[in-house]
Design a protein around this ligand. Structure first.
Ligand code: BGC
Length: 768
């Protein structure tokens, strides 16, 4: 074995053995020395020194990320790494194989540059947290941060150095399958949770054992795909882009995110992977990002398919010039960049900048000090602590959408028998949700198992699956389900979507409960028994008919490994539900896009200015209705608004006030309200602050979330909840696309969802 050629200072610890292509190889594991990685001046010097030694081929190698999961790719990787032609791999999670690839990179390549090892660790590695949209429903940055921390440790043990998460595309269209991976529709909530997730993955020290690089994706606008059809074109005016879609990315960068991934989508005629506007003007010039940008899977070569370029050479040119530092999975860079540089079409500065961005990340990750993973140095996967984190996350993500007196929590002492019915009661894989490459369904505890565990012999649990899966249109087992329901004291239905119905390339045009589930609900309703429905799904669903036919409704998203125990905790009242919707639930799909922070329009609807299609007088049809912005068949309100979620207790809000009616520009105002638990159980409530800027340089949304706090309140207790707002928090991008805070009148609301009517007002004035 050769010593690494580039300064690293390896301290040999333990030998490991790996096999690639049948060849047995041995290597050494090194100890971490984080100090060098944390010193920014030192990092820049090391980047420049290394860059000065590199050949063009080696530089282009650093800009290429290769798939290491396919046998044919893997077989040739050692040779390509040794030659310096590959600087990053993805999708290899065998620690021994990863360590061997790293060994080839650091000991056998000319400059000994370690590899980046990427993986989509989206909501957990082996221990799966709720889908990101579910985590967002917790409105709890600590939950999000700890979930990412667990994921980072488990992934790091496999040799992963970076994840392709968080996905922070604002999603206002529940038809889009990837809404499951998102943090919902609101830029403020996404800003807070994006930063939390980045901190969870990266920790305080990127070079420490058990932290991995985060990647904010997809830059930018992917969530606005037309009609929610994945990969479709987006049309986002620049002002909207800046005020809504870009905000979480800026927040992730401020939190120190290491990399950004470009979006597959086309924005205003230019696919994001070729957008100089996004990747240079906004990202580098305006925001000063110094991490690296990776393309999405083969999205460089897809520039040709989009119709932007004629061939891969031109695609390589467009992407490199726009600022894509690393190409994921494709070979446009490895085949064409050298010639593009040598022919003078691209300046070497473009390549040097890209390589510096990538090397900077490698130094910050401490890979030059320690390229290897030592699984023994990290907690075992699915440790008790990890499972506790997953259970807490799932518990706080569950949203109570409907309650009626006496139905929930289930009074275990009064129940002799309980019917558990539905395709998702005992589906270990389905509860994990989308995009879990490494999640292990054998670790899942299903609702059925957890309910059985919690009640022991005290309640007779009778289970009927009733449908093979959520899409099934075979209703043969419904009679059995009905007879089991008839014989039980209460029924809990487990309905929704299995995991394959959401996620990438899994968009739906109809977002109702699939298959014959609505019919199952109707049949069970006819038994007259108390019916609780628990929905497991990857997106908001249209549940208008279902809500009417159940006594209580819990929305549990895809809750992950510990979904079962979390649901049982809520059903039996161990904890009151406290999740709040991170996305609006429409009454019907035709209302989409529907989101709370819409613009007022010149003709805002009110209850008095709308008419329902069924109420139009057949004999004297009105030629003009209320002349406002509504649908004749759906009105203008959603089924459940953003921020909505009930509790087993009742909360009363009162006495909203501001610390002062006028604040000078640059000043601070405190807005507070009283919150009282008027029910009989202790519970947590997510208190929300919304603001409206009544007149702006560009029109402003009817409400914007500006703060939230999770508070625990005992029965009868009354607490004051206060939010501090600075005038900077009220800033927005104006007509000239600059960020501005303006004087003027504002309304502010505090409440338990975006539809609250507890309002106060203040004015921002010029001067102090
Ligand atoms: C997705 C990315 C993901 C990549 C690698 C793509 O299809 O859009 O989000 O990180 O695959 O798996």
């Amino acid at each position: 074995m050769k010593a690494p050629r580039f300064p690293g200072g390896f301290l040999r610890l333990a030998p490991m053995v790996a096999s690639i292509g049948g060849l047995l190889l041995s290597m050494s594991i090194t100890a971490t020395s984080a100090s060098a990685a944390a010193d920014p001046v030192g990092v820049e010097q090391r980047v420049n020194a290394l860059l000065a030694e590199m050949t063009l081929a080696e530089k282009i190698g650093q800009m290429s990320q290769r798939n290491a999961s396919e046998a044919y790719e893997l077989a040739s990787l050692p040779e390509r790494i040794r030659a310096g032609h590959v600087g990053a791999v993805l999708n290899q999670v065998d620690a021994a194989v990863v360590n061997e690839l790293q060994r080839v990179a650091v000991e056998e390549s000319r400059l000994g540059i370690p590899l980046l090892v990427g993986r989509d660790v989206i909501h957990g590695f082996k221990t799966v947290m709720p889908i990101p949209l579910g985590q967002a429903a917790s409105w709890n940055p600590d939950v999000v941060r700890s979930g990412a921390r667990v994921a980072a440790q488990e992934a790091a043990a496999a040799g992963i150095t970076g994840t392709s998460a968080p996905m922070i595309d604002i999603a206002r269209d529940a038809r889009w399958g990837r809404i499951a991976e998102s943090l919902g529709e609101d830029p403020f909530l996404a800003e807070v949770l994006a930063a939390a997730m980045v901190r969870g993955f990266q920790g305080d020290d990127l070079a420490a054992t058990g932290t991995i690089a985060a990647c904010a994706k997809h830059f930018a606008g992917y969530g606005a795909s037309e009609s929610g059809r994945d990969y479709a074109t987006t049309n986002i005016p620049e002002n909207e882009l800046r005020n809504v879609y870009l905000r979480p990315f800026k927040s992730a960068i401020d939190a120190g995110v290491t990399t950004l991934m470009t979006s597959f989508s086309d924005l205003d005629g230019v696919p994001a992977t070729a957008s100089e506007f996004l990747l240079r003007q906004v990202l580098r010039d305006e925001w000063g990002f110094d991490g690296f940008v990776v393309s999405d899977w083969d999205s460089v070569r897809q520039l040709r398919i989009h119709g932007l370029t004629e061939d891969d050479r031109e695609s390589a040119f467009e992407a490199a010039v726009a600022g894509v530092d690393m190409e994921m999975a494709g070979d446009a860079y490895s085949k064409h960049l050298a010639e593009l540089i040598e022919s003078g079409n691209i300046s070497i500065d473009v390549v040097d900048t890209a390589v510096a961005n990538i090397l900077r990340a490698k130094f910050r990750l401490g890979l030059f000090e320690n390229p290897y993973t030592d699984p023994e140095a990290l907690p075992p996967v699915a440790s008790d602590a990890a499972l506790d984190t997953a259970r807490k996350a799932a518990r706080q993500s569950i949203v109570l959408l409907k309650k009626s007196v006496g139905t929930l929590p289930l009074a275990a002492a009064d129940l002799e028998s309980l019917a558990i019915i539905g395709p998702l009661a005992d589906a270990p894989y389905e509860q994990l949700g989308t995009w879990i490459f490494d999640g292990d369904p054998r670790l899942s505890v299903t609702p059925l198992q957890a309910i059985r565990d919690s009640v022991g012999d005290t309640i007779d649990i009778r289970y009927v699956r009733a449908m093979e899966n959520s899409r099934s249109r075979v209703s043969e087992a419904f009679d059995e389900a009905v007879s089991v329901a008839e014989g039980a004291d209460a029924v809990v239905l487990f309905l929704g979507e299995e995991s394959i119905l959401s996620g990438e390339a899994h968009s739906r045009a109809d977002i109702g409960l699939p298959g014959d589930q609505a019919e199952l609900v109707r049949r069970i309703r006819e038994t007259g028994k108390p019916v609780v429905a628990v929905i497991l799904a990857g997106r908001p669903l249209t549940l208008t008919d279902i809500v009417e036919h159940v006594d209580a409704l819990l929305f549990a998203w895809h809750p992950g490994t510990m979904g079962g125990p979390a649901i049982a905790d809520i059903l039996f009242g161990i904890e009151s539900p406290s999740g709040k919707l991170p996305a609006t639930f429409p009454k019907m799909v035709g209302q989409i896009p529907i989101y709370y922070n819409q613009k007022n329009t010149g003709k805002p609807p009110t209850p008095d200015t709308i008419i329902h299609i069924d109420d139009i007088d057949a004999h004297a049809p009105q030629l003009s209705t209320g002349m406002t912005a509504f649908h004749l068949d759906a009105g203008y309100t959603p089924l459940f608004p953003f921020g909505f979620g009930l509790s087993y207790t009742d909360f009363a809000y009162s006495d909203i006030r501001t610390s002062s009616e006028e604040i000078g520009m640059g000043g601070t105002v405190t807005i507070s309200a009283e919150l009282e638990n008027t029910g009989s159980v202790a519970a947590e409530e997510v208190v929300q602050l919304y603001v409206r800027d009544l007149a702006g340089n560009v029109t402003r949304p009817v409400r914007e979330l500006k703060g939230f706090k999770r508070v625990r309140v005992a029965p009868g207790e009354r607490v004051t909840v206060a939010f501090e707002l600075q005038t900077d928090d009220l800033a927005f991008y104006g007509r000239d696309m600059s960020l501005m805070a303006e004087p003027g009148a504002f309304h502010a609301w505090i409440g338990g969802n975006s539809d609250t009517d507890l309002r106060t007002a203040f004015r921002v004035v010029d001067g102090d």
